[in-house]
Design a protein around this ligand. Sequence first.
Ligand SMILES: Cc1cc2nc3c(=O)[nH]c(=O)nc-3n(C[C@H](O)[C@H](O)[C@H](O)COP(=O)(O)OP(=O)(O)OC[C@H]3O[C@@H](n4cnc5c(N)ncnc54)[C@H](O)[C@@H]3O)c2cc1C
Length: 477
Amino acid sequence: MPTPGAFDLICLGSGPAGQKAAIQAAKAGFSAAVIEREPQVGGSCLLSGTIPSKALREQAVRYRRMQGSASSLAVELRGDAPLSALLHGVDAVIAAQDRYLQAQLARNQVELIRGRGVLLDAGRIEVRRLDGSSRVVQAPRIVLATGSRPRHVPHVQVDHEHILDSDSILSLSYLPRSLIVFGSGVIACEYASIFAALGCSVTLVDKAAEPLGFLDSVLRASFLAAFQAMGGQYRAGAEVRSANFDGFSQVEVRLLSGEVLKADIVLAAFGRIANLDGIGLDKLNLGITARGHVQVNERLETTIPGIFAAGDAIGPPALACAAANQGRRAALAALGLPPPAAASLVPTGVYTIPEIACVGLTQSEAAARKIDVVVGRADFAEVARSHIAGEPAGFLLLICERGSARVLGVQAIGEGATDLVHLGQAAIATAATAEFFIEQIFNFPTMTEAYRIAAFDVMKQGAMPQAAHLKLAHAAR
Ligand SMILES: Cc1cc2nc3c(=O)[nH]c(=O)nc-3n(C[C@H](O)[C@H](O)[C@H](O)COP(=O)(O)OP(=O)(O)OC[C@H]3O[C@@H](n4cnc5c(N)ncnc54)[C@H](O)[C@@H]3O)c2cc1C
């Protein structure tokens, strides 16, 4: 007879990391529980991050397409359009996901415990409820999956009314006429391009020379050109000294250079920090990295035996897909079960407008490793589907080893890039060559035609000796 409140494994947090860790444990036949302080399960991924931001993006993409269509379809957003109208339906998406995730936990017999969890020691957690009551639960294995929240800096006071962060931007009552975004990372660029597409005058302000500095230069330059074409501006090498609401209608931003910028709204996107406050770390000697993340080893175990951690709490890549994978791995490691085969390929997806994705080796990484590569290019202007979708801008690059034409990497920007990249990922994982994309029959018209075009470009550059039938096929293009 199991002891009430005692489990084989407990997860603190119900985001992708906590959910997947608990479900993995339950599927392996262990008793598991998830502690969540919010009314809904799903974490920031569902409530304020991935899902709502992508829903707003979808509306911005639709709006831009409608505007670009024939005049009979042209639409104009009112200057004071409520953002809630654009987010119409997001609440329903969140509620449906919340119901689905709760049902999934229940189906797998994972107990969902409501309240704020505070670690008492390496095996016990006190759960404090809003009504002031509490209970103590215990497990020999704990997975910390408390996620992250927006990072604030002392010289910029986020008031959630005029100066917002990535959580409060979604509760903005009206679409602003002008927006200044601090930062040049993924969240800053995603929101900057979404608001620019909605007709807002957007200025990105950051120290970096270019936005999205972690991407290869060809993608960075292409994003910047598209952002500027939507009226966006990027202020490189700019450091913010202060940002204050003028008490009337605008926020005044002072740069270290002395320059003053003004906008209706400011979005401060200075990155994210791990949610570790108030979870009882004062009583435990848990190792924390210099960047404030939970320190883990390759098994995702913290410095305290029996306590594991996963997701944003352990730092980059801070993606929902990575968090889910780490959660599963942490549970298996905690339970002494063999880990799944290591995922050597993690794609990058950036949901800016236009969207960007890459997987495998980039050209610069290939050069650094002295790998001789051939890069095949497909401009989306050559792809029938992109014209049908009204998004003919963008391209796909197929990075192949010279000599064998083996696919080593894919980079894409434009319509469907974040989905399109997975076909390239499969090619890399199965050691396919560029020829694969020429020999296979894909549905037409689809964006996958880009792979075929890029593969022909690889062959044209003599990446490998061409078979006679390929020469014929190439001649026919
Ligand atoms: C604007 C934005 C856009 C994003 N877009 C994408 C994207 O397009 N693709 C992508 O892959 N990722 C995206 N991300 C990142 C993604 O949302 C996170 O990487 C992911 O949610 C991390 O999952 P997690 O389980 O570690 O934490 P979270 O999802 O943050 O969940 C942590 C949970 O723990 C709970 N919790 C914390 N402390 C306690 C406590 N003491 N007691 C009980 N419960 C507690 C919290 O309430 C929360 O529910 C985005 C993030 C943001 C902010």
